[in-house]
Design a protein around this ligand. Structure first.
Ligand code: BGC
Length: 792
């Protein structure tokens, strides 16, 4: 402002004097400023050192840890036995705008370039809630439901509203870019960060991502969709070599990112830690430049994941524009490379330009006066609504739910009292409170068994004292074993009208989940369910299990023992209220699985290739299942899951009818319409899932694939709604590796519409007369070895 004012004053005076020579001189003496000058002029004025600073972040400051002493600045930072590379001293020396944020870019005040602040994460803004010990003013954020729950709503309008509320917190707490959402594919149920991701299906993942990104960014702040790409496990996450076919990459692991980029143009994309076919993703030109920027038209910038990759110069060349969190040695390497000719200055300029183009949109640039007072109460309501909409009713025998007649409830299971709002690591949110299931039920007017509640609270308090303290950020104490209820269960079955049992699971970045006592229930959990079920059933009373989990668990071996199962996922800070909303029938469940629950782990298509080899410290993981992930596998291989993709019950019934296609022959597109009627007794919403079975000519293909979905509004009993879906040529196509193209094969296509991938209610078909080459793409991401890929 000041400079441009000076400049115009000089210009005015000079003009008045009619001295044009002076004008030119006045201009050349001014240092260009980002506000007054355009990005290209700024780049022309930047020194090489300044450019190398802009493309490398300001370093990492571990929240809550004191700065290293001056002589230790260049040493790795020890966070409880876990070593992080040395930080940039700037991270400590330049005062933070937002304590607890994950990183910052360097500001270059000389040119009017501000520093941007970036912060996690996928379920809520992760910042320090209490600063300098002053509890009179707090900075808590809303813990929204985890991504897997949001996806289970199959409701992009709802997810967009979550994004709008979420983005308001990003803006009002002074952050420029949210490091979320995450949209990696649920390749294996043991993936430690699956809760941060949406689905096993790329259409769901991409559509949810676009919805939340558009919502967050409508606040004038950015997002970073992550982790690009094929980052489907946590074991040895920093260097695991993912060996995967081009077809699986195109059809599954890139597809969601492609949808999100084309529908939402996020400000940034975060490259992942892993290698793909031998090269770190952040160092792959074909992934970051050819595909992301050229083929899909991504306009923002790419940043690394924290400490990701190995070679800063290769990262610049690949089009990984920003290295995070950044260290001076990376900037120095970039300067040297330009000087010795191994890095083209034009490439570095292009990286700088992408970053500057985002900076000029950021609140730090516009000097937005953030309030530090987002509408937390309003956002909690959004979180509660979204949580209830994404819960999935898996089982409901003989109307176990809603708990209408049952007024007095015996509530079992540790996590009923200590509910898990969300996962651990950078996906965790510092929230002001979490409503437990007990509180939620009490708020909803249920009477609880006081003696039982007391036993649990005492037990949990005692056990917590015995728990070891976490050694570092990635270390989490083993969960508290379930309390033995044998001695008290008979009393409870006498006194209460129904039983609820919560089974809880938590996980997060840095480690994948285990089979024993995690995917499978522990012996104590199984015994607890058996004991409670037999005591309550003996009295003719119902037992419902609430699953407070972030990822898929085994259910087939114990589900017959109980009457109801509500999959509540990890529902955010309003957890207990939202669960009570569904249990009580205030909200009729309408969530559907966006990820399959297999009968057993051995049924999982990647079971033999997860987390890789050698088994003791996996260095590589081969995606031998190819495109057969999730329902694409279970359907084609005729393996019956416990609960299939797209499955979820309601307290009412729906009937689908009158599926019509706009034409029997495909030319440019086809519109499918179908009517859904609520044929039951209570109001409810239904998800309509459209699957397409394509003809198999030269290529094996999944039985069918989800190509469109929609959700009805709340339909009163007897009410109906007609939904329509457009099927485009791209929806017909599969990726032909040998032809480097998406091709729709001629032949008969079957449209299947239903309420789950296996509950198809209506079918119709159309013909495609001639093959269509929908898109020719570049040769990219070739595996360096032959993959023994599954063909079905
Ligand atoms: C995680 C990212 C996160 C980053 C910054 C990394 O460890 O993988 O998802 O955004 O840290 O906290």
């Amino acid at each position: 402002m000041r400079t441009s004012y000076k400049l115009s004053l000089a210009l005015m005076l000079s003009c008045a004097a009619g001295n044009f020579h002076t004008i030119v001189q006045a201009q050349s003496k001014q240092v260009p400023q980002l506000r007054a000058n355009n990005v290209k002029q700024i780049i022309a004025a930047m020194t090489l050192e300044e450019k190398s600073k802009l493309v490398v972040g300001m370093g990492f400051k571990m929240p809550g840890m004191p700065p290293p002493s001056k002589d230790k600045m260049n040493e790795p930072i020890d966070i409880g036995g876990f070593k992080l590379p040395p930080s940039d001293p700037d991270a400590y020396n330049i005062p933070e705008k937002v304590p607890g944020a994950a990183g910052r870019t360097h500001g270059i005040p000389r040119l009017g370039i501000p520093s941007m602040t970036v912060s996690d994460g996928p379920a809520g803004l992760r910042i320090e809630p209490i600063r300098n010990g002053d509890k009179s003013k707090t900075y808590y954020a809303t813990a929204f439901p985890v991504a897997t729950l949001l996806a289970s709503s199959w409701d992009t309008e709802l997810v967009n509203r979550v994004g709008i509320a979420f983005g308001n917190e990003v803006r009002e707490y002074g952050v420029d870019i949210l490091l979320a959402p995450g949209l990696n594919i649920h390749r294996n149920p043991l993936g430690g960060r699956n809760f941060e991701y949406y689905s096993e299906d790329p259409l769901i993942a991409g559509s949810m991502t676009a919805a939340i990104v558009n919502g967050v960014e409508s606040n004038g702040v950015g997002t970073s969709i992550k982790h690009y790409a094929a980052n489907n496990q946590e074991t040895n996450r920093n260097s695991i070599n993912t060996i995967v076919s081009e077809r699986a990459m195109r059809e599954l692991y890139l597809r969601g990112f492609e949808i999100a980029v084309k529908k939402a143009q996020p400000w940034t994309v975060m490259s992942s830690y892993n290698k793909i076919n031998g090269t770190f993703t952040s160092q792959r030109h074909d992934l970051l430049t050819t595909i992301l920027k050229k083929e899909w038209g991504f306009k923002g910038f790419v940043m690394t994941d924290w400490f990701g990759g190995a070679d800063p110069v290769a990262q610049m060349k690949a089009g990984n524009d920003l290295i995070m969190p950044g260290s001076p040695s990376q900037s120095a390497a970039i300067v040297t490379a330009v000087k010795n000719g191994t890095l083209d200055i034009n490439q570095l300029n292009a990286n700088v330009e992408r970053i500057l183009n985002i900076i000029i949109k950021s609140p730090s640039f516009t000097k937005y006066k953030y309030s530090d007072k987002p509408d937390l109460a309003g956002h909690a309501k959004v979180a509660r609504e979204a949580a209830a909409q994404g819960m999935v009713l898996l089982k409901n025998d003989d109307h176990a739910l809603p708990l209408k007649g049952a007024k007095r409830i015996a509530v079992f299971g540790n996590t009923s009292y200590d509910i898990i709002a969300g996962g651990t690591g950078s996906g965790d949110v510092n929230k002001a409170y979490t409503i437990s299931l007990m509180q939620g039920l009490a708020n909803a007017g249920y009477k609880l068994q006081e003696k039982l509640s007391k036993s649990y609270t005492t037990y949990l308090a005692e056990m917590k004292l015995k728990q070891p303290k976490p050694k570092n950020f990635f270390d989490h104490p083993a969960p508290i074993p379930e309390m033995d209820v044998t001695g008290i269960v008979a009393d409870e079955a006498n006194g209460a009208d129904a039983a609820l049992i919560t089974i809880g699971r938590n996980a997060g970045e840095g480690a994948d989940r285990k089979l024993e006592n995690d995917f499978y229930l522990s012996d104590a959990e199984k015994a607890m369910i058996k004991t409670i079920a037999s005591a309550f059933h003996a009295k003719g009373k119902k037992v419902t299990v609430v699953l407070n989990i972030g990822g898929v668990i085994e259910v087939a071996s114990w589900r017959d023992e109980v009457d109801g199962i509500l999959l509540a996922w990890q529902p955010g800070l309003e957890a207990g209220n939202a669960i009570a909303d569904v249990l009580s029938g205030k909200v009729n469940p309408s969530g559907k699985l966006a990820t399959t629950f297999p009968v057993d782990y051995k049924d999982v298509p990647s079971a033999n290739n997860f987390p890789g080899t050698p088994a003791d410290k996996p260095e590589q993981v081969v995606y031998e299942e190819g495109i057969y992930v999730g329902y694409r596998y279970y359907d084609a291989a005729k393996v019956k899951p416990a609960y299939e993709f797209g499955y979820g019950l309601s307290y009412t019934n729906f009937k689908f009818s009158g599926l019509k296609l706009s034409s029997a022959n495909f030319t440019n597109s086809i519109t499918a319409t179908v009517t859904v009627k609520n044929t039951g007794n209570v109001a409810g919403k239904e998800v309509v899932e459209l699957y397409l079975a394509a003809p198999k000519k030269d290529l094996d293909k999944p039985e069918d694939e989800l190509k469109a979905f929609g959700k009805t509004r709340l339909l009163a009993p007897g009410q109906s709604q007609t939904l329509s879906f457009v099927i485009k040529a791209a929806d017909l196509a599969s990726f032909y590796t040998d032809r480097q193209a998406w091709i729709a094969d001629e032949g008969k296509y079957e449209v299947k519409v239903g309420s789950s991938s296996r509950m198809i209610e209506e079918k119709a078909s159309f013909k495609l007369a001639k093959d269509i080459t929908v898109e020719k793409v570049n040769k990219a991401l070739m595996p360096e070895q032959t993959i023994k890929e599954l063909k079905l």
